[in-house]
Design a protein around this ligand. Structure first.
Ligand code: DX5
Ligand code: ZN
Length: 221
């Protein structure tokens, strides 16, 4: 089972973004949190900034849209060259249309669910997506504590993906540390977003290697 470690640049220094992207070159993808202060009570940046991040990043971008109206905005991030674009199930009535448009442009399509959103109704949409993001904190801010109660969603998703034979990545985002990554990996996650535990560690490269090793060990059990 392949493991992916995606550091979240929400915890980077925004005026030293190029430097801080360079610091995570040994990771798989750079996780880019776009917030609009409507879908979540926080604001980050939009397409102009993500375009520059795309230009200078040593690794591909995993864009996480915490915004209303992904129908209008998500395709633009795919057009910028993002490797994956993930939008929230709670933000649209037509997730399939958005996903199809993203794939048409050439990005991987991701569907995210907040901690309070059930996954059952979305299981049948799995063939339309390349990754499902199970939020392990309420979206909006870095540095929050992992919510273990959402782990049953990963177990369900992992069962559904095994049954279907689809190669869908199962991503977790929020409160991922050396301890919680093991819990998430054991539940079935394979793609791990970590912001504060990478950037506040003092040594991002070492933190990435540590998370990778912990996730691998958990998967062997
Ligand atoms: C939260 C964001 C996360 C955030 C995670 O809404 O989606 O990507 O950066 O930060 P940590 O790893 O600090 O919980
Ligand atoms: Zn995120």
């Amino acid at each position: 089972m392949a493991i992916r470690i995606n550091p979240s640049i929400l915890s980077a220094d925004f005026v030293n973004m190029e430097r801080d992207l360079g610091a995570i070159a040994t990771a798989d993808l750079a996780h880019v949190d776009v917030m609009d202060n409507h879908f979540v009570p926080n604001l980050t940046f939009g397409p102009q900034m993500v375009g520059r991040i795309q230009d200078v990043s040593p690794i591909p971008l995993d864009v996480h849209l915490m915004i209303d109206n992904p129908e209008r905005w998500a395709p633009g991030y795919a057009e910028l060259g993002a490797y994956s674009v993930t939008f929230h199930a709670e933000s649209t009535d037509n997730p399939v249309a958005v996903a199809r448009r993203l794939r048409e442009i050439g990005a991987r399509a991701g569907l995210a669910v907040k901690p309070g959103t059930d996954i059952e109704t979305y299981l049948e949409l799995m063939p339309e997506f390349d990754q499902i993001l199970v939020m392990t904190v309420e979206p909006g801010f870095g540095g929050q504590s992992f919510i273990p109660d959402v782990m049953p969603k990963l177990v369900l998703l992992d069962q559904a993906r095994k049954k279907s034979g689809l190669d869908v990545w199962l991503q977790v985002d929020g409160g991922i540390t050396l301890d919680t990554i093991v819990i998430a990996a054991e539940a079935g996650a394979d793609t791990f977003v970590a912001g504060s535990s990478v950037y506040n560690s003092g040594n991002p490269e070492q933190a990435i290697a540590g998370l990778r090793a912990a996730a691998h060990t958990a998967h062997k059990h």
